[in-house]
Each structure stands twice: as structure tokens, then as C-alpha cells.
Design a protein around this ligand. Sequence first.
Ligand code: SF4
Length: 243
Amino acid sequence: MTEGCWLLSRNNPLHYSEEELALRRAFISEADRLLRNRFGDPPIKKQSDPLDTLIITILSQSTSDHNRDLAFSELKRRFPTWERAAEALESEIADAIRSGGLANQKSQRIKEILVWAREKSGGYGLDWLKDIRLDEAIEILTALKGVGIKTAAVVMCFAFDAEIFPVDVHIHRICRRLGLAPLKAAAEKTHQLMQPLIPPGRCKAFHLNLLILGRRICRPSNPKCEDCPLSEICPYFIYSDFS
Ligand code: SF4
């Protein structure tokens, strides 16, 4: 089995006992239900363009959503087509995305991705990713410099509605507080632990509701547990001195 398969499998790759797997799945289903009760089901948006999604996710690394959006808007303003951006110098791309931070590093990655996209398909579409197996698509994307499992999962989930659960910094933190991943787990480990547990068809909606929770309530410091829809099932809250 390839690493990609292991990352994506719902077939108990972590060798939980059947009982533990069932308990963990029930816990996630309950968390999903509680979040839906509070925040509703996120609106189903049109699938996003895969290359746009990939570039936006690169731009989002180590910056705020606001600065990421500014950087992407400026990039598109200066280079209305990806072909124009691919022909630009890295320094010109860096100038365009300066507001997103790490401009030199990100411009190099963006340029490499654009060249790769053109070489793969002769254009700048990545629709061919939906015609191959999900684990193959993840392996191809994560082989790109600067693209980890989170970025690849975001592309496949949001551009193709694939059954893959992206674990960003907010979700990584929440999963550890909920006891679903060890406190010292890396984000990739959390992804491996979570993927087999997500109810079919709920990857995108559960991800989006956890993002809302992480931004508004389960913040990095001083989480607002008293106002949290998950407090009744959260060990971080239940077993903390402040509970
Ligand atoms: S109860 Fe507190 S720690 Fe637990 S998920 Fe909610 S905000 Fe986060």
C-alpha cells in the first residue's frame, strides 16, 4: 500500500480495535452534529478552480486570510492569466504577492507550480486530477515543493469534492484538544488519525464548521469553552481545572 493510500484509507489503517474505531467514529459524528446545530451546514459553494485553489493555499501559508486574499487579488490583477504569470520573473511575482509574506519563497513555488501545470497538460488546468485515483492525485500534488498533505487535501476537497478531510492549523489544534490526536502530534499525523473517522460525505462541511469554531471560539489562547458547542464532549474542557 502506498503512503497515499495509508493517508486516505477508511479501512482502519491505524489498527484500532473495532470497538475503538466505532467509538471514535461516533464521537466525530456527535461533534459534527453539535457543530451543525450551532453553525448550520455551510453553504454548498461551486467547486473552485483547482489551480486557483492550489495557488491560494500556497499564499495562505503563514499569513492571515485577509493578507492572502490581498496577495491573490494583486497577483491576478498584474497577471490576468496564469500564462502571463508563468512568463513573469519570480521577482515580479514576489512583488505582486508581497502583502502575503514570504514573498520570495512563495513566488518561487508558484512559478514552479505554473511551469509544472503547463508541462503536465499543455495548459493551466488541473482537471485531469479528477480522472485519476485520489491517492495518486495526492501523491502527485505532495511531490511538488511546498505542497504538503493539507494543501493537497484542500485542492482535492474544494476543487473536486473528493472525500478527503483537510487538517489546517485550527483543526489540528481542535483535534488535539478533543483528544483525537496526541498533544505533540504533527499535523500530518492528525490527518492520518482523522481521515478514517469522518462520516462519508461530511469532509467539507465538517472541515468548514471546525474552521468557524477555531476562529471564533477554540482560539489558540484563551479558548471560549463556556460558549463552545463541543464543551460537553471535550476532554480539554471537562478535565481542566477551569471546568
Ligand atoms: S470546549 Fe474549549 S477546548 Fe474544547 S473544543 Fe471547545 S473551545 Fe476548544
